[in-house]
Design a protein around this ligand. Structure first.
Ligand SMILES: [Zn+2]
Length: 581
């Protein structure tokens, strides 16, 4: 019998702690790292030459919305195929448990509206073999999948479960409601939820246009529910907010953390022009960093979740939206099932002229705002430039060719067999602001939203982008610090102390990376949602292999078929420090 299951030879060990990388062998046995040493003697069932490659912990992505997909799909792409080995779902207060049979449609509409996951896919894909949150965790646990998942208890289902239609209608919770919700928060935490999440933004709406049940929930309700968390158990409170009264909002996390020792985290983005209804101060992000510093100085572990590039909407024929998508003649073309026929119609000069002369019929508010914002749309071409400048915009491209921008982009979107995409940043694309976020000691790299916005955003690659842009190309962070930000830091913030670091005894969640070759490919549409819907996924070059619990789940972007992923229930203890064996 071999001494080890896997031996990764002569790689550059970037161990996740931020320590200087070093060349060594790494041995895996029984799903754990057995040994890291310059030259490990012994045999292994599988031996991999990692010379010239970085060997890192698997990435940990704490902001995803795989709540539905994790129940029907064994592969959590586009995360697992991009080096992520642990995800946290149930963010932003939306999810599917607890849920009575009579409320299923309400929660599906919420997820469809808030996270743009087609209701048809949710309806066809979710098996609903649960009612309570603990039963939902059991259902997650029983489904084989490639990577590990952990779950927040989301506020919206909880509120609807306890308050019924009053919860949907955003009525104030009565003392009895709060007591009933508290009981369920405790029950969920006991079952292994990693914390409690909520949404306090008017941007989140159900597919029928209603605000989410948690919008405007009284600060007292949030504090009472957060009060059931426990720092000792490693719980985290998460929300997204419009920050209209920024002090009061931040005060929720501050109070909960001070009272319970739980950690707090929230979506932290810079908005050049905040939409109406949100805190209008374009410098709010800076104030938020100061609030974090003050809280941390008081011993409260509250961190802002930041993203390594702008959150960006993809526009084009494969996407949910484009500048033409609700123009009558375009809609006729879009209804043609045969792709070649559809493209031929769109290429017809008379049809093109007709579409260009029309207006979108009741488009999504995003298209209303951005349809003519040619200076804020960028053609997406490889290598993808996620931090473009004005010279790269559709306006600039059209100007260089002396053409009308709308006409230019019509042709551009038909290129590459109609697969070309435009990228429209929603959050600040200032490299200076993003650099400040990424260097800040009290932020966490996150906000990839894996599993969500499946037809218009594909940002779960943001962790990899941190490595390509901010580590390799810009050298804002060195490799050790960059890896630490997407492995150890998020893992330890969520008290998953068995992962995120390469050391003997730790879980063998590992990536082998060719840093020089790392490159993100243009997101592509796949038609594999339950019920026949489609979604974007993204591929990359440069991830040679990904291991979960010592089993290789991906090799050069191709799934191996093994499904070692597990449900993470709450705090995970660090391995006892023993002699390396
Ligand atoms: Zn979210």
């Amino acid at each position: 019998m071999a001494d080890f299951d896997v031996l990764i030879r002569a790689g550059q060990i970037v161990d996740g702690t931020g320590a200087a990388p070093f060349i060594a062998d790494l041995a895996i046995r029984n799903g754990r790292i057995a040994q890291i040493a310059p030259r490990i003697a012994g045999t292994a069932t599988q031996e991999i030459d990692a010379k010239g490659k970085a060997v890192t912990p698997g990435f940990v992505d704490v902001h995803t919305h795989y709540d539905g997909q994790a129940t029907w799909d064994s592969h959590l792409a586009p995360s697992s195929n991009l080096g992520t080995t642990t995800v946290v779902l149930g963010n932003c207060g939306v999810g599917f448990a607890p849920c009575r049979k009579s409320d299923r449609d309400v929660l599906v509409q919420l997820m469809e509206g808030v996270e743009e996951i087609p209701g048809s896919a949710l309806a066809a894909g979710i098996r609903w073999n649960w009612e309570s949150f603990p039963e939902f965790l059991d259902a997650l646990e029983s489904k084989p999948r490639d990577i590990d998942v952990a779950a927040f208890l989301p506020h919206a289902p909880l509120r609807v479960y306890v308050m019924g239609q009053r919860g949907v209608d955003r009525e104030d919770a009565t003392p009895a409601d709060i007591e009933a919700m508290q009981k369920l928060v405790r029950e969920a935490m006991d079952a292994g939820a990693v914390g409690f999440s909520s949404s306090r933004t008017m941007l989140h709406r159900s597919s029928s246009g209603e605000s989410v049940p948690t919008m405007g929930a009284d600060v007292k309700e949030l504090k009472a529910l957060g009060g059931c968390l426990s720092g000792e158990q490693g719980h985290v409170m998460q929300f997204i907010s419009d920050w209209v009264d920024a002090d009061a909002e931040f005060g929720i996390l501050r109070d909960v953390s001070a009272k319970t020792g739980a950690k707090g985290t929230f979506t932290l983005v810079a908005l050049d022009k905040p939409p109406a209804g949100m805190n209008p101060d374009p410098n709010l992000w800076r104030e938020q960093l100061e609030r974090l510093e003050t809280a941390q100085a008081q011993g409260l572990d509250i961190r802002g979740q930041v993203i390594s590039r702008p959150i960006g909407v993809l526009l084009g024929h494969p996407a949910t939206m484009s500048p033409f998508y609700k123009r009558p003649t375009y809609m006729q073309a879009a209804a043609i099932a045969d792709k070649a026929q559809r493209l031929a119609m769109l290429r017809d000069p008379a049809i093109k002229a007709q579409i260009l002369s029309e207006k979108n019929d009741r488009p999504h508010v995003f298209i209303e705002l951005f349809e003519h914002a040619f200076d804020q749309m960028y053609p997406m071409e490889e290598p993808i430039n996620y931090l473009p400048n004005s010279d790269d915009s559709v306006a600039a491209c059209a100007r260089r060719e002396g053409r009308e921008p709308m006409e230019w982009l019509y042709d551009f979107l038909l290129g590459n067999e109609g697969r070309n995409l435009l990228y429209t940043p929603l959050t600040s694309k200032s490299g200076r602001v993003i650099a400040e976020f990424l260097k800040h000691p009290h932020t966490i790299s996150a906000l990839g939203d894996g599993g969500a916005h499946v037809g218009s955003i594909c940002d779960s690659s943001a962790n990899l982008f941190l490595l390509t842009r901010w580590v390799r190309d810009e050298k804002l962070l060195d490799l050790a610090q960059g890896i630490r930000r997407i492995t150890h830091d998020p893992a330890s913030f969520f008290s998953m102390n068995d992962r995120g670091v390469l050391a003997p005894g730790m879980k063998a969640d590992i990536n082998i990376l060719d840093i020089d070759k790392l490159m993100l490919k243009t997101p592509r549409k796949v038609e594999d949602l339950p019920g026949g819907g489609s979604r974007f996924i993204q591929d990359c070059e440069g991830i040679e292999a990904t291991f979960v619990a010592g089993e290789m789940i991906y090799r050069n972007g191709v799934p191996t078929g093994t499904l070692p992923g597990k449900l993470v229930r709450g705090l995970q203890a660090a391995p006892a420090r023993g002699p390396a064996s």
